[in-house]
Design a protein around this ligand. Structure first.
Ligand code: SF4
Length: 309
């Protein structure tokens, strides 16, 4: 359970204290009290009667277990994008559904509860979609953006020569050579979007169980750092993208989620620490280093930190 906020000086402050009037321990609040209060709202989970959620089962079981059983801290300024999601959801709720559109429906199946964002039928095609507010790294990977060097179409040439810093006998390019520039393309075969694919397919199965057809799945990705140099350097020129998600066989999806659910329930019931999250679950350790709020409770993260010293 998230119990603390990490203040700008790196110290923790209990959320219940932080959101009280005068409860900020710094000279100035990092976010206003209203935002900090909204971000602090969490649903209490009954661990003896655990209903797992689709999103909870996507990362590694160790991370899910630690989030359920340990107190942890997060930087509220890094959580603020959650509010964008909430604002988007409440707008959808206000708009409500029409005959052809269903928004924000929570469905539970085999002990796993999941809430999709939007189900829409147009021209007899039923699309199930979910909004994601993600960094350019994630969106670029999910789209399958690939970068290649091509000759500058403007015909520009290098004005000076440059040697290879690793091999002084070799030139990277010489004066007068055609200038090479980055070109981005989308290669669907390189797209890495497994977690989103599993999540949307789980929602699809739940929706189909109610009798509604689903023909297409998509993620509407909002690029958090859209428009920045970093995002452009990852091949993203727009601030939002529709990312098509493949339909997986039902059995693959059900087996994945039930296996993860059983492992999580076992860990919660016995108190046994689950194995280290798999390489793909921990995003080649990137998640451990920067995006796992419970990493202080995990010996794998401790080993990574030790290795860096
Ligand atoms: S630090 Fe890495 S291995 Fe440990 S729980 Fe977090 S994601 Fe999993």
């Amino acid at each position: 359970m998230r119990k603390y906020y990490i203040c700008p000086d790196g110290q923790n402050q209990e959320i219940t204290e932080c959101i009280k009037e005068g409860g900020c321990r710094m000279p100035e609040r990092c976010l206003n009290r209203h935002t900090l209060t909204a971000l602090g709202v969490q649903r209490e989970k009954d661990l003896n009667n655990l209903v797992t959620t689709t999103t909870e089962l996507l990362p590694g079981t160790r991370q899910a277990y630690l989030k359920l059983t340990k107190e942890y801290a997060e930087d509220p300024t890094m959580l603020v994008f959650l509010l964008l999601g909430l604002a988007m959801h409440s707008n959808l709720e206000k708009r409500g559904g029409t005959d052809q559109t269903i928004v924000e429906e929570r469905l539970t199946e085999d002990g796993i509860s999941g809430q999709f964002d939007i189900y829409e039928v147009e021209n007899d095609v039923a699309t199930l979609a979910d909004y994601k507010s993600s960094g350019s790294y994630m969106v670029s990977k999910a789209l399958g953006v690939v970068k290649e060097k091509v000759i500058d179409p403007t015909g520009a040439v290098y004005k000076t020569s440059r040697k290879d810093p690793n091999n002084p006998d070799k030139y990277l390019y010489q004066k007068g050579d055609p200038k090479m520039v980055d070109k981005f393309a989308i290669d669907p075969n390189k797209a890495d979007k497994l977690e989103w694919t599993l999540q949307l397919n789980d929602y699809r199965i739940k929706v189909e169980k109610t009798g509604l057809p689903v023909h297409k799945l998509q993620i509407i990705a909002i690029v958090r750092d859209g428009g920045t140099y970093l995002a452009k350097n990852r091949g993203l020129e727009k601030n939002s993208y529709i990312i098509p998600i493949p339909i997986l066989p039902d059995e693959t999806v059900k087996t994945y989620f039930q296996t993860k659910r059983t492992a999580l329930l076992h860990a919660v019931q016995t108190g046994e620490m689950p194995p280290v999250c798999s390489m793909s679950e921990r995003w080649d350790d990137r998640r451990c280093e920067k995006f796992c709020p419970v990493n202080i409770h995990c010996d794998h993260h401790a080993k990574l930190t030790e290795r860096e010293k």
